[in-house]
Design a protein around this ligand. Structure first.
Ligand code: HMG
Length: 386
């Protein structure tokens, strides 16, 4: 039985910051951010958005008849809003889905969405008539004036996993690799990530090489068998570093094709920033929209989460894949640009770990789902359509 991704939708915040403006404010050459890091815009998170609202925003765009058949919701995130309650519970409520649904949250840095997809594949194998909703939702937050600041971002990718999927089947033979490392982490008392930046980029490449080479040994496939290789993109240059670690001096047709496809993956990531769990899957949506891909093509996907875990797996695009993946140019172009001062103001307004009652101003954020504030230590969510 073929199982895989049946539908893909995306949501981000209504605001973005230009990386040229950020570079000027931080006293850096804009080309360091635009070329050296490879980021052009970054999603800016107002206090009225969190991973619950972003996840609900993305999932609400899925076809209603398919949402009704969802029997499990998996939210993969490292920006959870509660140490006990799964964000999937809030999202199920906001989407008004049936109570006869299993909900759960998964965590292993940026890797968790891939685990979610593999678990979902197992669930659909057992119950082929059901759909599993996997939501990768995160807010990448490093702190003002830190080297990681340029790599911030936010958003959610909602994916339905089903039998006979419309977008991409997930092939067997994935290679996972994990080691207890401290390249990036966020202690329970911190709202911003801690990171050993250069080390993290080296670990990423090592894990890519290890999982990819092992995958080739296991399957007998070679580089020529991939129409595209796509990567978790904490910033778009990272994907280039990983691909070049494989291609080296190669300049033939295969190398040229893979470089072009990576550029297609990078388009949307370049204007949103790091989504943590969702980045690889925003990359897949971007490849489908901007790349040169056709039904039957094999895509290689490298998923990486700090701490650290990597997985290389492959998928085959299905006949009408294009019609089941949201086109993102419209939503991304509809966002409003903010100044560095406005961004810093929103950064400091986040609910974060504040224990007090708060009511946010809802008049500026026109998103459907909103975080209205906090009362008696309980987050208050609003659905504008109800
Ligand atoms: P940095 O030290 O400020 O930057 O931070 P740099 O000095 O290394 O410069 C970056 C690049 O810009 C360099 O190119 C420079 O040469 C170039 P590279 O050598 O890397 O090819 N550059 C210029 N290019 C053109 N014109 C110029 C110019 N000036 C310099 N004028 C760092 C960079 C990535 C370390 C920092 O942003 C950081 O710490 N980011 C966060 C950590 C991160 O994203 N790590 C990636 C791997 S770990 C991962 O992916 C997991 C993660 O998503 C979390 C999770 O799993 O949950 C992060």
């Amino acid at each position: 039985m073929k199982i895989g991704i049946d539908e893909m939708r995306f949501a981000t915040t209504p605001y973005y910051l230009s990386m040229t403006d950020l570079a000027h404010a931080r006293g850096e050459d804009p080309n360091k951010y635009l070329i050296g890091i490879g980021q052009e815009k970054q999603a800016v998170v107002p206090p009225t958005q969190d991973i619950v609202t972003l996840g609900a925003q993305a999932a609400a765009k899925l076809p209603a008849d398919k949402l009704k058949r969802v029997r499990t919701i998996i939210v993969a995130t490292e920006s959870g809003v509660d140490n006990s309650k799964a964000s999937a519970m809030y999202i199920k409520h906001l989407l008004k889905l049936d109570d006869n649904i299993r909900v759960i949250e998964l965590k292993e840095a940026c890797y968790a969405a891939t685990a979610g997809l593999q678990f979902a594949k197992g669930m659909v194998t057992l119950e082929p008539q059901t759909y599993v909703l996997v939501i990768a939702a995160d807010i990448a937050r490093y702190g003002l004036n830190t080297p990681g600041e340029v790599t911030q971002g936010a958003g959610a990718v909602a994916m339905l996993v089903a039998a006979n999927p419309h977008v991409m089947t997930i092939e067997p033979g994935a290679v996972s690799y994990s080691q207890d490392l401290m390249d990036f982490w966020r202690p329970l008392y911190a709202t911003e990530a801690m990171v050993d930046g250069k080390y993290s980029t080296n670990v990423y490449i090592d894990f890519f090489q290890h999982t990819y080479q092992r995958y080739l040994q296991q399957t007998g496939l070679s580089l020529e068998d991939f129409t595209a290789l796509i990567f978790h993109l904490p910033f778009t240059k990272m994907g280039k570093k990983a691909l070049e670690s494989l291609l080296g001096d190669r300049d033939d047709q295969v190398a040229k094709r893979l470089r072009d496809q990576l550029k297609a993956e990078q388009v949307d990531c370049r204007s949103v920033g790091n989504l943590y769990t969702g980045s690889l899957y925003l990359g897949l949506m971007s490849l489908i929209q901007h790349g040169s891909v056709a039904a039957g093509d094999r895509i290689g996907l490298f998923s990486y989460g700090s701490g650290a875990e990597g997985e290389f797996y492959t998928g085959i695009l299905q006949p009408d894949f294009h019609d089941h993946v949201e086109q993102l140019d419209g939503p991304l172009n509809a966002r409003q640009q903010v100044t560095v001062a406005e961004y810093e103001d929103m950064f400091n307004q986040q609910l974060g770990m504040k224990p007090e009652d708060i009511e946010f101003d809802l008049t500026k954020d026109h998103s459907r789902f909103l975080l209205a504030g906090q009362r008696d230590h309980q987050r208050q969510y609003v659905d504008r359509d109800n």
